[in-house]
Design a protein around this ligand. Structure first.
Ligand code: ZN
Length: 551
């Protein structure tokens, strides 16, 4: 235990519960096996599960499979009444949108082409929405951020107007080194929540806009146009009974189409971006007018989170909960596409749900249990905007004030062993040190997010827990692959995003090697166990954007 001498006192206790010289998590952690992860992944990602869309036959199969696995491990049902599921009431909306532009007031409207020029939908749970003649306004990044003294709107009334918005957050050069982005404004190169599409639609709704259209640009968005089309041109879901304001029409415009719009105004995309990178930017009225209509089918769905519980061993601490999460849902199928049109989502997130099952099994077979209780929660509708996690975090089965941490699994490394792993959102809580100590003890290193500009931090379920004040850990695959040339991981990741991410081709690949996934899961299991056994609950670090009291 020489190593622990260097650790802060809060961590020391996490090293103490040794059984005859061996930590209680060691035997179960060693039992985590690639074959079982692969077997679960193959089932969940099979064509029979139809891409696991909420409210589809694929949901029935996924929920039944997960619940049966949890039951067979000897875990307890996660729900109070002996239930393995938590109902998540959502609404599915399918929009059929026509969107037209006119070059001047009263001018002839010309329809834009779907999906070449745009993809759009209405977040409203209404049979139809329409606007006959709406002014088009370029609003830069569409951001009002008091903490960065930034306001793209400058008091402009945009009610009833159609907002054309840049993706990502303002990219402001550092006055001390103009080759870099100013770290004091929107965290420099890292994407803040202001860069996410969800924020932009929310802000447009708060301001009473008729429509909010984001210009797609592959690098700034961190994914190509077909991901936008695949993700949004299908049934989409929202939480039932949500009272958050929504914009009548939301959508994306292809960069080429946006260039044509700006050119007709004597501008260019580059000029528009440059103007929007300045604090003195003001909304720019464009000469085009917008007309749109959307006919919609609205369908209430009872979707489900699936969960299992492992009661803690300590009488005084067993009302505290550690929650592991992994979303089971994916994009379902799209009959409009060629081929089988099934979005198998093997890497996103059949493999993560499989990893959750394997961690749960390892905990369940341990000879001793952690002091605090552990909930294994597979959430629904992550791909629809983290809905299952948001629902749990708003109606937790155990109070969030007693929920010590969330450890989220969304994707696992299928490309072999790495010496490192990447922690997304590092620096927000004392969980950093537990993860670091655990990784170190297992001969691994922890590096920060390799691509903070991609906004990965805001794109999975842990974010909903953090928003409610629960510290969380979310890791991505490391980049230093053992026995592979430098850059191997980056090229595999780029290949995945380019070829398979949110496409029907995201299937189990013949060259998958889950030895690295096993080691990452071992780190996550041990980290969770240490947190569940620690004397003190993890705490936010000062300056974290989530640094506030738990509810
Ligand atoms: Zn995912």
């Amino acid at each position: 235990m020489k190593r622990s001498v260097l650790l802060p006192p809060a961590l020391l206790c996490a090293f103490l519960p040794l059984l005859g010289g061996q930590a209680p998590w060691e035997t179960p952690a060693r039992s985590i096996a690639a074959e079982r992860i692969l077997a679960h992944t193959r089932v969940l990602a099979s064509d029979e599960f139809e891409g696991r869309a909420p409210g589809s036959p694929g949901e029935e199969k996924s929920v039944a499979y997960l619940a049966e696995q949890f039951r067979s491990m000897g875990l307890q049902p996660g729900g109070s009444g002996g239930s393995w599921t938590q109902d998540v009431p959502i609404v599915g909306v399918t929009s059929d949108v026509a969107l037209s532009l006119a070059d001047s007031p009263g001018g002839g409207f010309r329809p834009l082409a779907f999906p070449a020029d745009f993809v759009a939908w209405s977040p409203r749970l209404e049979p139809s929405v329409a606007a006959a003649d709406s002014e088009l306004v370029f609003v830069g990044h569409g951001v009002t951020a008091p903490e960065f003294q930034w306001d793209d709107f400058k008091g402009t009334d945009v009610r009833g107007k159609t907002l054309l918005i840049l993706v990502n957050d303002p990219q402001v050069p550092d006055p001390r080194d103009p080759g870099k982005l100013d770290p004091r404004v929107f965290k420099g190169n890292a994407m803040t929540y202001y860069g996410r599409w969800s924020y932009k639609f929310e802000e447009a709704a708060r301001r009473g806009a008729a429509a909010a259209i984001i210009i797609h640009e592959t690098k700034a968005a961190a994914y190509p146009w077909f991901v936008v089309v695949n993700s949004w041109s299908r049934e989409r879901f929202g939480l039932q009974g949500s009272t958050e304001p929504t914009v009548p029409l939301a959508g994306w415009m292809h960069l080429d189409q946006a260039r044509r719009v700006l050119a007709a105004n004597g501008s260019t995309y580059e000029k528009a971006v440059a103007a929007a990178s300045r604090r003195d930017f003001r909304p720019i009225p464009l000469k085009q007018r917008v007309a749109f209509s959307s006919r919609q089918t609205v369908r209430p769905v009872r979707s489900r989170n699936v969960f299992a519980a492992l009661p803690g061993s300590d009488r005084r601490l067993r009302d505290d909960w550690l929650i592991y999460t992994a979303h089971w849902d994916h994009l379902g199928r799209n009959p409009k596409l060629d081929g089988d049109g099934i979005f198998n989502g093997a890497a996103d997130n059949a493999i993560g749900a499989a990893g959750l099952l394997e961690i749960a099994r390892a905990f369940a077979t341990a000879p001793v249990r952690p002091k605090r209780s552990v909930l294994f929660l597979s959430v629904t509708a992550e791909e629809q905007g983290l809905l299952g996690a948001r629902y749990y975090a708003s109606r937790p089965v155990h109070p969030l004030a007693r929920t010590v941490a969330n450890i989220n699994i969304d994707g696992l490394n299928p490309w072999g062993r790495t010496s490192d792993l990447r922690q997304i959102g590092q620096g927000s809580s004392t969980l950093d040190e537990v993860l670091l100590a655990t990784a170190k003890a297992r001969g691994r290193t922890v590096l920060p997010d390799a691509h903070p500009e991609r906004g990965t931090f805001y794109r999975s379920d842990h974010f909903e827990f953090m928003k409610q004040g629960v510290p969380a850990i979310y890791i991505n695959p490391g980049g230093h692959f053992l026995g592979k040339p430098a850059g191997y991981g980056e090229s595999k990741l780029a290949e995945y995003i380019d070829r398979d991410y949110h496409k029907p081709s995201d299937e189990v690949k013949p060259d998958w090697d889950l030895s690295g996934a096993v080691e990452d899961l071992q780190v996550l299991m041990e980290t969770g166990w240490r947190v569940a056994d620690a004397h003190r609950m993890p705490a936010w670090k000062p300056g974290s954007e989530f640094h506030r009291e738990r509810p």
